[in-house]
Design a protein around this ligand. Sequence first.
Ligand code: TPP
Length: 527
Amino acid sequence: MPDMMNGAESLVRTLVHNQVEVCFSNPGTSEMHFVAALDTVPGIRCVLGLFEGVVTGAADGYYRMAQRPAATLLHLGPGLGNGLANLHNARKAHSGIVNIVGEHATHHLAYDAPLTADIEGVARPMSHWVHTSRSSQVVAQDGARAITQARTPPGRIATLILPADTAWNPGGEVCTAEAPAARATFDAEALETAAHALATRAPNAGRCAILLGGVGALDTALTWAGRIAARTGCAVLGEYNVPRTERGAGRVKARRVPYAVDPAVAMLKEYDTLILVGSKVPVAFFAYPNKPSVLAQPDTHIIPLATVEQDINGALESLADRLGARSQAPAGVAEALHASALTSLPTGRPDPTGIGQVLAALLPEHAIVVDESVSTGRGFETPTASARPHDWINVMGGSIGFGLPAAVGAAVAAPDRPVIVLEGDGSAMYTEQALWTMAREGLNVKVLIFANRAYQILRGELQAVGAGTPGERARDMLTLDRPYLDWVSLAKGHGVPGRQVDTLEGLATALSHALATPGPVLIEVLM
Ligand SMILES: Cc1ncc(C[n+]2csc(CCOP(=O)(O)OP(=O)(O)O)c2C)c(N)n1
């Protein structure tokens, strides 16, 4: 270590010292000392994104797989502002992120230079913690506090604003962040209530359901829930969106609450008791005239066993113990696909069910699927439940433009696992720059673009909200034509090889080939 490090270097050393080892970046002048410090400090991987939405989405995808925070480097208020939509998604996913946002040197702020902005004001809505560093001597301490915040279970967004003089003036000591806090304990009274509700009806507790969210969708919690289900006959449900689920053959299936209001209400009507574990009472994505916001029946008995911040695995384990289910073989385990489903793949025009079957047959073991397939993805859940064991990542905050960046982050976090992105063409256009980062970093990401050349889901939404039959102008707002996007060319321009397919057999061939080829590949699936 040099005799005298500057504030930027003390901050970068503090990041590395606390296992924040990846920095997704899009820098500007005010961050130049931080950028220079990246060169002097070993142990940090820097990944350039060509738009800030790529940077913040990548940090979210990284956390989902690594379960520890990455840093981002963003340029002043506008740079942070460009990254907000994916920070919103990250916040809803409870992903931990340390944002480092450059700011003008303190003495320069008085002059209202062009890039001067209220950075704290921009940061606040999407951050749990915001702080502007006051001097180069304390910037490392502030960095350690940001890391402590980001690691607070289940994960928080910490934004540290770094005036340029706090970066270039002499720095203080490298600092140690507090050890990650343990998850808060679950509600002991709710445990008694849940155990009672299930025990009195076992083995016919079919009107009771455990609704899982957060890390409740990972294998450990699913297995406990499956044991409880085997013992009592209760159902195991999953929230429509979870940050990551471990699924596929051999794993306990959680039945997902549907997106659309009517089927969701119909499903939840089957249950008079909902035990919430890392989840909330399900609500509709949007309000619709004459439809309920809350999807469960008003008289449903809600038992809030553990919030997303609390000890979800411990709650389920304790519940299993209370019910004598510890050594029970879990119920609801997904079977492997029948051999014929692996050999005789569907053919013809791509449709959601057929694509789901192709995916189910071809997903490699340990694949990571990032799902922003929007309307096309409606057919994927059932067939892929029996695919080889894999992880599935959803956009959490409903803000599209998440999939390609999140795939970058997931691939950086898990370099030994193939990442498959299922992506609507409309959603992909928000953050297509991520393709370039995939190429530059040689990431093993296979991108499937479902080119229905429309904002297809919004056609249904237009009717669902009662906005009538779309006329020419309204249709124009929902159609991606005049001109069509050319995804093979777009991929090529970002350094990613691509091909177009218009049949399911073409998709199967292209995906098999892509999975056998290292590095990023894009397949445009004409719908
Ligand atoms: C940041 C943001 N802007 C706009 C929307 C509204 N929106 C929701 S879905 C959608 C279109 C998605 O199109 P595509 O990815 O092609 O999927 P498709 O609906 O065709 O299946 C839009 C614009 C949103 N959710 N988030």
